[in-house]
Design a binder for this molecule. Structure first.
Ligand code: ATP
Ligand code: MG
Length: 256
């Protein structure tokens, strides 16, 4: 479904993503891990079109999408739950999920949200999709609650629902479990497993190796922008290069 070939992205002197190639098959939950600053989020933003590569190509369903902007890619079915994005305070859970619809709605979320008459039908469509997305993640009962009243774990799940609102073919999740407590992680892991059971294709970034090795079939490991290992979860965990990358980071922290 997704194929990245030789993607490179520099920021000044930093090569954040360095000739990275990656494939995600239809129905797969693929993982990307790596220490802080490895280039994981940059790679995701290259895939969604929020960043342009300096080199390399991206194919989605066999089609070259490298030159398409983020809106076009979203309409083709690529959605992202961004790292550490907060929900809008003062808005309900449902309204927060509706924000996700702007990616595919022709009239745009805000026009529909402010109920311009010619957009009533569109608004209803967005509402239906948002409700369906909330049901899908098991938060249908919380639709009308203020978003900020939910515990952090459920707020993360609302972000997943927001990304699902456009009914994507490929969902990118950037560290959805970070900062969650064990029980919340468990619930999120179960949700991702059930979405995979529905046939949704996902690419998951996680800092927590245990979380991702449990869910993903195949894992790509980044360090300093480069792929240092890839393969089945069980092999990756014991790969000396992977262990060294994480240990290296722990040492840098300890000496800082
Ligand atoms: N917009 C930007 N401008 C300049 N440098 C950037 C920008 N975005 C990322 N970088 C740099 O690129 C490198 C990779 O960053 P990136 O955010 O992709 O890492 P990451 O693997 O997602 O890290 P984390 O686990 O902390 O989220 C880092 O050195 C970072 O400082
Ligand atoms: Mg990141």
């Amino acid at each position: 479904m997704l194929e990245a070939r030789g993607l490179t992205r520099r920021f000044g002197g930093v090569v954040a993503v360095d000739e990275v190639s990656l494939e995600v098959a239809e129905g797969e939950l693929a993982g990307v891990i790596g220490p802080n600053g490895a280039g994981k989020s940059t790679l995701f933003h290259l895939i969604t079109g929020h960043l342009r590569p300096d080199a390399g190509r991206i194919l989605f369903g066999g089609r070259d999408i490298t030159s398409l902007g983020p809106d076009r890619r979203a309409r083709l079915g690529i959605a992202i739950a961004f790292q550490a994005v907060r929900l809008f305070r003062g808005m309900s859970v449902l309204e927060n999920v509706m924000v996700g619809a702007h990616a595919w709605s022709r009239s745009g979320f805000w026009e529909a949200f402010f109920r311009l008459p010619r957009h009533r039908a569109e608004e209803r469509r967005i509402l239906d999709r948002a409700r369906r997305a909330l049901e899908r993640v098991g938060l249908g009962d919380s639709a009308d609650r203020p978003a900020e009243s939910l515990p952090l774990g459920q707020q993360r799940i609302v972000q997943v629902a927001r990304a699902l609102c456009g009914e994507p073919r490929l969902l990118l999740l950037d560290e959805p479990a970070s900062g969650l407590r064990a029980a919340e992680r468990e619930r999120l892991a179960q949700l991702l497993a059930s979405l995979r059971g529905e046939g949704l294709t996902m690419l998951l970034i996680e800092h927590d190796v245990a979380f991702v090795t449990r869910l993903a079939e195949r894992i790509t490991v980044l360090d300093h922008g480069r792929v240092i290992a890839r393969g089945p979860a069980a092999e990756i965990r014991d790969d000396p290069a992977v262990v060294a990358a994480y240990l290296g980071q722990a040492r840098e922290r300890a000496s800082a």
